[in-house]
Design a protein around this ligand. Structure first.
Ligand code: RP5
Length: 162
């Protein structure tokens, strides 16, 4: 088992259908991760402890997803020096706008890199890019991935032109 470099946490197991896309992106790049439920409101002390311990345990990035009054990413960012990527999880009401605004409107000094509503795959890819900044092999994989995106888009364009 690869040592976890990324912590993928969420407010509830009901967030997993959205959040698993982050885990899948990390798996594609061979990046070790751990996944857990760490609810800001239902287990606040555990949540703070997770943030306090994360860097010391060897994690390099935290991806945190939550829905509704989504305080998990911001609260983790307040107690860890690690980069935190927030994923607004859409719930039944308000189309995820509540989650988005809860995560993105952080006070100066406490950044959370917020992806789109439901954008867990991009959260995983952003974590890979952060790690790749100091890992040449991982950066090469990311460049290959970007080339694939280009090739696919170009091929689709070619089909329209023909
Ligand atoms: C949030 O409440 C969680 O992140 C989840 O998106 C939402 C609903 O949680 P459950 O009631 O489904 O456990 O804190």
């Amino acid at each position: 088992m690869t040592t976890p470099l990324v912590g993928v946490v969420m407010g509830s197991d009901s967030d997993w259908p959205v959040m698993k896309a982050a885990a899948e992106a990390l798996e594609e790049f061979g990046v070790g991760y751990e996944a857990d439920v760490v609810s800001a409101h239902r287990m606040p002390h555990d949540m703070i402890q997770y943030g306090v311990d994360a860097a010391g345990r060897g994690l390099r990035v935290i991806i945190a997803g939550a829905g509704g009054a989504a305080h998990l990413p911001g609260m983790l960012a307040s107690v860890t020096p690690l980069p935190v990527i927030g994923v607004p999880v859409p719930l039944k009401y308000l189309d995820g706008m509540d989650s988005l605004l809860s995560i993105v409107q952080m006070p100066a000094g406490v950044p959370v890199a917020t992806v789109a509503v439901g954008g867990a795959r991009n959260a995983g890819l952003l974590a890979v890019r952060i790690l790749a900044a100091s890992d040449a092999a991982l950066q090469a994989k990311m460049k290959d991935f970007q080339q694939d995106l280009y090739d696919q888009a170009k091929t689709k364009g070619a089909r329209l032109r023909d």
